[in-house]
Design a protein around this ligand. Structure first.
Ligand code: XMP
Length: 430
């Protein structure tokens, strides 16, 4: 392994990620592991130079305090404890150590080297993936989102032909999105990529369904079924690659913290189709995943793209989806993205998109009264998507976008700008 590592044991701290980032900022790789790691498991991790026992307010789970296994104290690796009562640690801190204190531990006591960078991370993960997978085959659902794209590029580097990617086009992708996935992965990177156009299947199932949660269920359920059908056609697959990243693990609940929401990356396939998971990005934060993608040579548009919900345009074509309105939405969204890029707003705004409600409004086109759809533009900024503020867009830019949308998408005769914060509104409309 190229990199030294500090292991953080999660003994109920809410600040595991803060200390992990603090250590990585000092140039040393750190990983967060559950409190009940065994000595054997710890010994399997390589280049562990130090251990942080990180306690805190979630240390009591179901009435019992979580403890680290006694055998760990004899491992010979330097340890500190933070907000974790133990007599077996030489150094104890009640609160997060300062940078200077942490540096003294990491560099003086642990003698760790500051050799954490993306190049070394990738080399280490390539080796770990090769060891885990051997000569077996790995299947990956490649949506084209940042995480699945980066994991695909990493697995491709590690195991090449042993990787098969499946891209399911559910018909709710943005303009040219599926085409780009094929262009980058199949044509440029020579990946084994199975492209499944399941548009009709999804849209037929969604016909007449107006309830947002029902729509999400249909899209999610159908996605699993299509992927499962493809998986069954392939022989000898033993592993499933996943673009799970560290925030997904936290949100799905750790051993000491309750789930915020169940994550779409975890589970879903039928019992008889269970694979062992390959998750080389599971210890990375989003910005690190992007840096990893850049280092692997993925195009910037793919690595720095804005978040896009799994159900895609399905939750932006409000109410019961029709092909006509979905088509208009896709065109309007493409125009918005093009104009945002021209104005440099694509690098500034966190998420921006169009929405089309399921009613028509009166307008005038070609000197005659006509009914057309209304297109809503939403552009928001946020840190964690829990709260959001609106971007104050220049009126000239808005007017240009409105002119283009109404000229190029003739079923739309009105464009409005949404000015509500989250809360009380959510970012998406459904
Ligand atoms: P809301 O609308 O809840 O959105 O304020 C917060 C963030 O989550 C995204 N979002 C989703 N992502 N599946 C996803 O993968 C979904 O069903 C979904 N719903 C909302 C939304 O785009 C925003 O970034």
């Amino acid at each position: 392994m190229k990199q030294d590592m500090i292991v953080i044991l999660d003994l109920g701290s809410t600040e595991n990620t803060v200390i992990a980032r603090q250590i990585r900022d000092m140039g040393v790789y750190s990983e967060i592991h559950p409190h009940d790691i065994t000595l054997d498991e710890l010994n399997k991790l390589e280049n562990v130079k130090g251990i942080v026992l990180n306690g805190g307010e979630n240390r009591v789970v179901d009435g019992a305090a979580v403890e680290v296994a006694d055998e760990l104290y004899g491992c010979g690796i330097p340890m500190i404890s933070v907000d974790y009562p133990t007599s077996k640690c030489a150094k104890k801190y009640d609160t997060l150590p300062s940078d200077a204190e942490l540096k003294a531990f990491i560099f003086d006591e642990c003698k760790a080297e500051a050799n954490w960078n993306m190049k070394n991370f990738i080399e280490d993960q390539v080796e770990l993936v090769r060891r885990q997978v051997g000569d077996k085959k790995v299947l990956l659902a490649l949506s084209g989102g940042v995480d699945s794209s980066v994991v695909a590029a990493l697995l491709l580097k590690a195991i090449g032909d042993q990787l098969t990617c499946v891209h399911v086009n559910h018909g709710l992708m943005r303009k040219n999105e599926s085409e780009n996935v094929v262009a980058v992965f199949k044509n440029q990177l020579n990946a084994n990529l199975i492209y499944v156009d399941a548009t009709d299947r999804f849209l037929d199932k969604l016909a007449g369904v107006a309830d947002p949660e029902q729509k999400r269920k249909i899209i999610g359920g159908e996605f699993i079924r299509v992927f499962e059908e493809e998986a069954r056609k392939l022989d000898g697959i033993e592993f499933l690659g996943q673009g799970t990243i560290y925030p997904d693990i936290i949100e799905s609940g750790t051993k000491t913290a309750k789930a915020v929401k169940s994550h779409h990356n975890v589970g879903g396939l039928p019992e008889d189709l269970q694979f062992a998971l390959v998750e080389p990005l599971a210890q990375l934060f989003k910005d690190e995943v992007r840096a990893c993608g850049v280092e692997l040579g993925l195009p910037a548009e793919m690595v720095y793209r804005q978040p896009f919900p799994g159900p895609g345009l399905g939750v932006r074509c409000l109410g019961a989806i029709t092909r006509e309105r979905l088509g208009a939405l896709r065109e309007a969204d493409a125009i918005l993205r093009e104009e945002f890029a021209k104005a440099g707003l694509d690098k500034k705004v966190w998420q921006y998109f169009t929405v089309i409600p399921d009613f028509k409004a009166v307008g005038v086109r070609d000197n005659a009264r006509s009914m057309g759809y209304m297109c809503v533009i939403r552009a928001v900024n946020t840190i964690d998507a829990m709260t959001a503020t609106i971007e104050r867009i220049d009126y000239d830019i808005l007017e240009k976008i409105a002119d283009r949308i109404t000229a190029e998408v003739t079923s739309i005769n009105r464009v409005v700008y949404e000015i509500t914060k989250k809360p009380v509104a959510t970012i998406e409309f459904e």
